[in-house]
Structure formats: structure tokens, C-alpha cells
Design a protein around this ligand. Structure first.
Ligand code: PLP
Length: 290
């Protein structure tokens, strides 16, 4: 496969570079492509079913659905009970994932935790379980491939020679952590978009020891994940005007932190998620924000 390209954008007068992992595939792009890389390279005959769980508009869910379709694997996805509003708004990632063949199973809220914990105990060797958000150790290899691409693009001149800082936003922190481990000569800036700095560190520590070149910037204020914020929409629109569409859940907080807490040249690794904007923009417009 070709390397994802580099774009130059300007946000509030600041020049930033973007590695366009969002362009890899319509459904299987961004960091979910990198995290699922090992599974994508696995022969189809190794598994017959992929099981995962989490939110109904998850980007990971859509990426797994696209992968399962390509590999001809069944895909079973567990969520908690859908709310009335969710049931009515089954557009966006959820609708796309169903169209790709995902089987959706709703669990009673009271049973959810226990059931998810039991998946691993009952799964056979032909079933692979992808933890929520794709937080799997197998993600390491895909991020090493990304690191090699960055090194090669630096050599070829596609990435300017004086860039030694990267950035990508965190949910589970899997992407930022494995990227930092794979590129010790670069700084990797991230920010927690789910929970706070302490929670992010805890999540990351379950995967590996945190390296010194991984820098966690605190968000400007306490944001609740997947809640619409006017300032997020503003940053999203400014970025769009500059020529690149980013997701509405993670990217705005990361860019806000970068603008306020850094000043060097940065290569932002686009983490994908643009397919989720359809349902998010609908929620913004319900609030009368557009
Ligand atoms: C999943 C996701 C993230 C978070 O990735 P982690 O590896 O869980 O930290 C960031 N940005 C977008 C757009 C995502 O879909």
C-alpha cells in the first residue's frame, strides 16, 4: 500500500502538518486501520468470528465491521440497551456497520459488565475478541508500520526535516502510546478525550510502561466525551475551511491543547473518525448550533 499523504493546514495563524490516515479507506481508516493492521494481515482462515463491544456510534465498531466484511468473518457487536433517542437516530456509523453485516446484540444494562467479562472465558480459538475501542496489544505492530512510514517520508522529503513532534488525540491511549514507543526520537503529544489525565495514564499503563517522549497535555477544560461543545464546532469549522475534515469528538480538544501549550512544528496524525460526524452534526443542529 502507498503511504498516506501529508497536508499543510493553518489554524488560527499556526501552520500544522497532517498525515492523512483518514484517506486510507472510507470505513477502515485513521488509527483504527493502524490498530487492526495485524488482524488485517491475518489469513481469513484463522478466524471465523470477531466479537467486540462498546458504544453504538463507535469508530472502532465501524472499522471492525469493514474489516470483517473484507475478511469474510462474522462480526458480533454487543452494546447496552439502546435508548429511545438512539433507536430513532440509527444513522451514521451504526447504520453503516449494520449494512456491512454486523450482528448487533443488546445486553441488559445490569448484565453488561459481567457478560463482557465472560466473553474471553467462553470464546473458542476461531473467535477473536477486540476490546472496546480496539485497545489490543496487537495494535503495536500497526503503529510500528506507521512509524516506519513517517521515517521513510522524512527521508524522501515529504515530511519537513525539522519536524520532531507528532500529535494524536487519545481515547484508550493505545495509538499515542505505541506510536511514542516506536519513535523514541520524536515527541508525541496527546490529550485525554475520554476521562482525565490520570485515567488515560492508567489505561496506557495496562498496555506498556509510559515512555518519556510521550507528553500528555491536559485539556483546556473538563469535557464530557461525545457531548456537543460550541468551541469544538468552531475549531472543526476552521479546520474544514483550511482544507481537512477532522472528527468532532477527539480532534477539537487536541488542536485546542496544541495551540495553547506548544509552539514548534507539529505533524498531526489524523486519527480518522470523520464518518461519525454525520450523527454528531445532527446533534449540533438539534441544539441550534451550526
Ligand atoms: C478511536 C479514536 C481515537 C482514540 O484512539 P485510542 O487509540 O483509543 O487512543 C482518536 N481519534 C479518533 C477519531 C478515533 O476514532
Amino acid at each position: 500500500m502507498q503511504y498516506s499523504s501529508i497536508s499543510k493546514i493553518t489554524l488560527e495563524g499556526r501552520v500544522l502538518f497532517v498525515k492523512r490516515d483518514d484517506l486510507i479507506d472510507p470505513h477502515l481508516a485513521g488509527n483504527k486501520y493502524r490498530k487492526l493492521y495485524t488482524l488485517l494481515q491475518t489469513p481469513s482462515s484463522t478466524y471465523d468470528t470477531i466479537v467486540s463491544y462498546g458504544g453504538t456510534q463507535s469508530n472502532a465498531m465501524l472499522a471492525i465491521a469493514a474489516m470483517a466484511q473484507k475478511k469474510e468473518w462474522n462480526f458480533t457487536y454487543y452494546t447496552k440497551q439502546l435508548s429511545q433517542t438512539q433507536r430513532k437516530q440509527l444513522s451514521g456509523n451504526f447504520a453503516h456497520a449494520l449494512a456491512l453485516g454486523m450482528e448487533h446484540i443488546e445486553l441488559e444494562d445490569a448484565l453488561y459488565r459481567e457478560y463482557i467479562a465472560s466473553l474471553r472465558l467462553t470464546a473458542d480459538s476461531r473467535t477473536f475478541i477486540v476490546d472496546q475501542g480496539g485497545a489490543i496489544g496487537e495494535a503495536k505492530v500497526g503503529l510500528e508500520v506507521l512509524a516506519q512510514e513517517i521515517i521513510a517520508q522524512k527521508k524522501s522529503g515529504a515530511i519537513e526535516s525539522d519536524i520532531y513532534s507528532l500529535s494524536t488525540p487519545s481515547g484508550t491511549g493505545t495509538t499515542a502510546l505505541f506510536l511514542a514507543l516506536a519513535l523514541p526520537e520524536y515527541k508525541v503529544y496527546t490529550t485525554p478525550c475520554i476521562g482525565d489525565v490520570a485515567y488515560l495514564k492508567e489505561q496506557m499503563s495496562a498496555l506498556a510502561e509510559l515512555p518519556k517522549n510521550l507528553i500528555i497535555l491536559p485539556p483546556k477544560k473538563k469535557y464530557h466525551f461525545a457531548k456537543p461543545y460550541k468551541e469544538f464546532l468552531e475549531i472543526y469549522k476552521k479546520l474544514l475551511k483550511s482544507g481537512v475534515e477532522f472528527d468532532l469528538l477527539y480532534a477539537p480538544s487536541m488542536f485546542e491543547a496544541l495551540l495553547e501549550q506548544t509552539n514548534e512544528k507539529i505533524l498531526y496524525i489524523h486519527s480518522g473518525g470523520v464518518s461519525g460526524n454525520e450523527s454528531m452534526l445532527a446533534r449540533y443542529s438539534q441544539k441550534g448550533w451550526s
